[in-house]
Write a protein that binds this ligand. Structure first.
Ligand SMILES: [Mn+2]
Length: 372
């Protein structure tokens, strides 16, 4: 039988509170990517089942709009006769026994089975004895100790084993709290004797670990540290063969870095930035002299306001302004006067003048706040 695994999808992800537009765009992209994977699973892949290797949801649940989108996808799968096996990850498992998470609620649906009860489970998918396969899963656990015990004690033969953890020896790492479980390649090698395929979710980059053992990554980047091709794994439980497919991305991420040379140069680069609604762009400008910082920042803010997609600009300032005792009042005054002169000279309309004034005031306020 043909089984597609969906890696960390983080549906409902809104993790960029400082930038509303980025929040919305990433939130939509996560659902859109998930939806297009479901479409592919139905046609052309025509799979019998889908596994999810944890963190399908970014949090214990999603908002109402997210629920409607998720249920729409599950319903499409049901109509296509596709079973869905969902492993709970660190993001979507409840952290106590007395609550039910969003992923657990899906268990009530006829075509969904959820492994999210803090203990290992084996699920049979299909019709026994004719065409079926078995999925084992060790969901997110209460502690690394419990997880280790379940990993070391696993002795059930299955077709596919789902895990949600980092791969490596992190015994000395302070990075690993109870939310970041881990197991070693040696442990995976032992488990391989019990599974044709092992799919490990959690880390957002794809990595082949052993034959038919993968760290599967994520459906899309959720931060600039997660750029790179994202992959689906399509497994055949009869032939025991597998194929990887790059996931079509709905957003284009661009990470730009350069040294400041002049404001004119910055203007040219700002004008040339990718700026469609599907662009997520970060610009890191290094060595910005203090005397150019204020206006450069203003230019970046204006560019950000004019961008339908996401534009993040980090100016790295060097040095300090010489006049340190200048009051906020006089900064405001000087720039406003300059602006008015400029608008008069260029015969700008009152509307444009007012808009520019607002930009300048915002920029000054931001500048002043940063100084604080
Ligand atoms: Mn995770």
């Amino acid at each position: 039988m043909r089984v597609l695994n969906i890696p960390d999808a983080h549906l409902g992800a809104r993790r960029y509170g400082k930038n509303k537009r980025w929040d919305t765009i990433v939130y939509d992209a996560a659902f859109n990517t998930f939806s297009s994977i479901i479409s592919q699973a139905i046609d052309p892949f025509g799979v019998d089942a889908i596994t999810v290797s944890g963190d399908m949801l970014d949090k214990i649940s999603v908002d109402d709009a997210g629920w409607m989108r998720l249920l729409t996808e599950v319903e499409r799968l049901r109509k296509a006769g596709i079973q869905l096996v969902i492993l709970g990850g660190n993001h979507d498992s409840v952290k106590s026994y007395d609550r039910v998470g969003g992923v657990d609620a899906l268990n009530a649906l006829s075509n969904v089975t959820v492994i999210n009860g803090f203990i290992p489970e084996v699920v049979t998918v299909g019709n026994v004895p004719n065409s079926y396969f078995q999925v084992g899963g060790i969901p997110h656990c209460k502690s690394q100790n419990e997880f280790q015990r379940f990993v070391n004690e696993w002795n059930t033969k299955v077709n596919i084993l789902l895990l949600h953890a980092s791969v490596g020896d992190y015994s000395q790492s302070t990075r690993m709290g109870p939310n970041n479980l881990w197991l070693t390649v040696d442990q995976l090698a032992r488990l391989k004797a019990y599974a044709d395929f092992i799919v490990v979710g959690h880390e957002h980059s794809q990595r082949d670990i052993l034959e038919n053992v993968w760290q599967v990554g994520a459906t899309m980047p959720f931060a600039f540290s997660e750029l790179g091709t994202k992959w689906l794994v399509l497994m055949d439980t009869i032939t025991k063969g597998a194929e990887k497919y790059a996931i079509t991305q709905s957003l284009t991420w661009t990470d730009l870095e350069f040294e400041f040379s002049s404001r004119d140069d910055l203007a040219v680069r700002l004008a040339g930035r990718p700026q469609s609604v599907t662009d997520v762009v970060r610009m890191n400008v290094f060595n910005v002299p203090a005397e150019h910082y204020g206006l450069s920042k203003l230019m970046c803010n204006m560019a950000q306001n004019a961008t339908p997609g996401v534009f993040l600009c980090d100016l790295h300032r060097v040095g300090d302004l010489e006049v340190k005792d200048i009051s906020n009042e006089s900064v405001k005054f000087d720039l406003t006067v300059e602006l008015e002169e400029h608008c008069k000279k260029t015969k700008a309309s009152q509307e444009d003048t007012d808009a520019l004034k607002t930009y300048i005031e915002d920029a000054i306020n931001q500048y002043v706040n940063e100084e604080d």
